[in-house]
Design a protein around this ligand. Structure first.
Ligand SMILES: *Cc1c(COP(=O)(O)O)cnc(C)c1O
Length: 465
């Protein structure tokens, strides 16, 4: 082993690094201090590694050669978007990790300009911020009254804080749900100061269980939709209509956490039915709350609809100020609701993906597959199943179509390294790309990504062989 001092002799001085053309260009772009800082950190890291004796002489030289690339990568990481756009080829339409419902650029033209957020244009004076969206939500959902907050967790927190704090709410043990992203119904209830009165069993709860749970402290019944799981087999539970009748006979309201925000009969797209918001209100629910970014296909939001006596006080509650949506969510929600109202569902990306005929997906897969094979990528068309995802219809999928390419984990990794990253899945050691979640105008990009990733894979294998 060479003497300690000589092991450091390969490490370039900071001022030498700063003379490299790439880093000079970076300094012109970003300013001198961040580039200097990145060089210093990279060199310090390398000195530490050399000092620890983990690197042989050859490895030290290699690490010095790699410094420039490392510094450029760390600089890029500081300027790249934190939330890059990706191509979702997973076939999961509401992918929680990929932002649930994708939005259309057409939804938000007014966001780039001043807008009449709290301004009455006709009168030329201060207007109401909440009233326009409330009217819109109420009309679309067929509800007397409505409120919008940041998400469905906030909707429940507000509803319970306002009406059941310090009192009991009766919920079936089969509905004490956890939704991804750390939403747990019992914990939200506790945070609102509500006392949870559990009734029944995981698989079976009877109307009589609810009746027996009522005491002088009972404030409401609550039903939580089993969004992301199913209990099958020996199961039973009262209908919303039966529960509403019992609650009302005892002077109590029925709250329903519907979750998905289904406004339309899902059978229209070959999916199993979910209770729609309107059907729950019609069955007697006093309040229904749900997310804005699931089956509504909009921005993250929580919507609360129902009878005025329960919903209207929520907009005046002190917590409302803390939970109210910002202008971006209000503008986006307004656009999405107008599309629902006019039945222009094709304007909502979620519904345009649901509506693409299988034949169209097959044609696209055929076209992309031919071009890929011509470029030396052994892709084949593949019948797939796409899923709604996002805590909706957990066990049901719809026919879809895509491409399969041999490649395994390494290929999915190379696809993610493409710009824009392509997110795919693996089935039987083949990489599967479902086209239902890929907008057709991204087909060419997907093709480029596959060609680039596949050649990367082969270069890798050649190097390894
Ligand atoms: C999704 C969901 C929630 C959580 O909604 P967020 O908008 O993510 O806060 C709560 N309850 C049910 C039944 C859900 O499906």
């Amino acid at each position: 082993m060479p003497p300690v001092e000589s092991r450091y002799r390969h490490i370039p001085a900071i001022h030498r690094l700063l003379e490299l053309p790439t880093l000079q260009a970076a300094a012109e772009d970003l300013g001198h201090p961040p580039v200097m800082d990145a060089c210093r950190r990279a060199v310090d890291r390398l000195r530490d590694r050399v000092g620890s004796g983990e690197l042989e002489e050859d490895a030290i030289e290699d690490a010095c050669d790699a410094l420039e690339g490392e510094i450029l990568r760390s600089l890029r990481a500081t300027t790249d978007p934190a939330y890059p756009a990706v191509i979702n080829a997973t076939g999961v339409l509401l992918h929680t990790n990929l932002g649930r419902a994708p939005l259309s650029p057409q939804f938000s033209p007014s966001l780039a300009s001043y807008l009449a957020l709290e301004y009455d244009v006709a009168e030329g004076r201060r207007g109401q911020r909440l009233a326009p969206i409330v009217r819109r939500i109420a009309r679309v959902c067929g509800a007397p009254s409505a409120v919008m907050v940041n998400n469905n967790a906030a909707a429940l927190l507000l509803l319970l804080s306002a009406h059941t704090r310090g009192r009991e709410v009766v919920v079936s043990r089969g509905e004490l749900i956890e939704i991804g992203g750390s939403f747990r119904l019992p914990e939200v209830m506790a945070a609102s100061g509500t006392i949870l009165a559990e009734v029944g069993c995981t698989n079976r709860t009877h109307l009589a269980d609810y009746a027996a749970a009522i005491n002088e402290s009972t404030a409401a019944f609550m039903v939580a939709h089993q969004s992301n799981f199913r209990i099958v087999g020996f199961t039973t539970g009262p209908s919303v209509r039966e529960l509403a009748e019992l609650a009302h006979a005892r002077g109590l309201p029925l709250f329903v956490d519907q979750g998905s925000g289904a406004l339309h009969d899902l059978r229209r797209w070959g999916l199993p039915p979910e209770p729609t918001v309107a059907s729950l209100l019609e069955a007697g629910a006093d309040v229904v709350c749900f997310s804005g970014d699931k089956l509504l296909g909009g921005p993250q939001a929580g919507l609360i609809v129902g009878r005025s006596e329960w919903v209207e006080p929520l907009g005046r509650h002190p917590l409302y100020r803390a939970l109210r949506p910002d202008k971006t969510a209000l503008v986006l929600m307004d656009s999405v609701l107008r599309a629902h109202h006019g039945d222009h569902l094709e304007e909502i990306p979620l519904y345009s993906m649901l509506e693409i005929p299988l034949e169209a997906l097959k044609r696209r897969a055929g076209r992309i597959g031919r071009r890929l094979r011509a470029a030396g990528v052994p892709a084949r068309g593949l019948a797939t199943r796409a899923a709604l995802g996002g805590g909706t219809t957990p066990d049901e999928t719809m026919p879809s179509y895509g491409l399969a390419v041999p490649g395994g984990q390494r290929l999915t990794q190379l696809l993610r390294a493409f710009d824009p990253p392509v997110i795919s899945r693996i089935e039987d050691d083949e990489v599967v790309l479902d086209l239902r979640t890929v907008p057709p105008d991204q087909d060419r990009t997907l093709e480029d990504a596959l060609i680039s990733a596949y050649s990367g894979l082969q270069a890798n294998q050649d190097a390894g062989a």
